[in-house]
Design a protein around this ligand. Structure first.
Ligand SMILES: Cc1ncc(COP(=O)(O)OP(=O)(O)O)c(N)n1
Ligand SMILES: Cc1ncsc1CCOP(=O)(O)O
Ligand SMILES: [Mg+2]
Length: 212
């Protein structure tokens, strides 16, 4: 997941609940609708067996399309199942240990809320990107932390490491985040809950990023 020169790109996160076999087709159509840099599998409410089944069914859908497949919360399973990386929050274990486990070729993303300090720590722990948010109210997660575009401006002026923006982002509100330097916009609802369907959601996000 290189950032910077390529301009801002879409980072799609799965819906919070899904039936993997049925969802595989929906996902394929969404990924075929436009430019998606990465997909994060984020299933917080399933047992490990179900999570592993979901990885095995959905990873090929993303990887066969050149979309990086990242796993939320679990660097260990990311390695075991051949994912392209893992996204870890501040409560998801030791980031430096996860870096070691993932090795040099897999992506490690770390949640930094709105904090410059956490972002610098994430960089020191070996993150490949830092994620700031929530920028807007979100129905997907009880977000206890928020961020404002100035942290993106500051980060991208100071550091090369890509910055992800997350939280309530949609085609109507994303322009200030793109202009502030976000390398990726991570979204759930803007795509999966788009009134005209996920494909329209991907197209709307792509168009809004290009127009920002
Ligand atoms: C790209 C991206 N950014 C932030 C998060 C949030 O991670 P975390 O704080 O660990 O919260 P959960 O997603 O685990 O509920 C994310 N998943 N992805
Ligand atoms: C996982 C996560 N972390 C901070 S906000 C959020 C939810 C993002 O979902 P949406 O794009 O629907 O607001
Ligand atoms: Mg987490």
């Amino acid at each position: 997941m290189a950032g910077g020169d390529e301009g801002c790109r879409l980072y799609l996160i799965t819906p919070p609940a899904l039936e993997p076999r049925a969802f595989a087709d929906t996902l394929a159509r969404a990924l075929d609708a436009g430019d998606v840099a990465a997909l994060q599998l984020r299933l917080k409410a399933v047992e490990e067996d179900a999570l592993r089944r979901a990885i095995d069914l959905l990873l090929p859908v993303a990887q066969s399309r050149g979309v990086a497949f990242l796993l939320n919360d679990r660097a260990d399973l990311a390695v075991r199942h051949g994912c392209d990386g893992a996204h870890l929050g501040q409560e998801d274990g030791d980031h430096a240990a996860a870096r070691k486990l993932l090795g040099p070729d897999r992506t490690l993303g770390i949640t930094c809320h709105g904090s410059r300090h956490l972002a610098m720590e994430a960089g020191e722990a070996g993150a490949d990107y830092v994620a700031f948010g929530a920028f807007f109210p979100t129905a997907t997660k009880q977000a206890e932390h928020s961020a404002t575009p100035d942290v993106l401006e500051w980060w991208t002026e100071m550091f090369e490491l890509p910055a992800v923006a997350i939280g309530g982002i949609n085609a109507e509100n994303c322009a200030p985040l793109v202009r502030a330097g976000a390398d990726f916009l991570a979204v759930v609802g803007a795509v999966w809950n788009h009134p005209e369907g996920p494909e329209a959601g991907v197209r709307a996000m792509n168009a809004a990023i290009a127009a920002a």
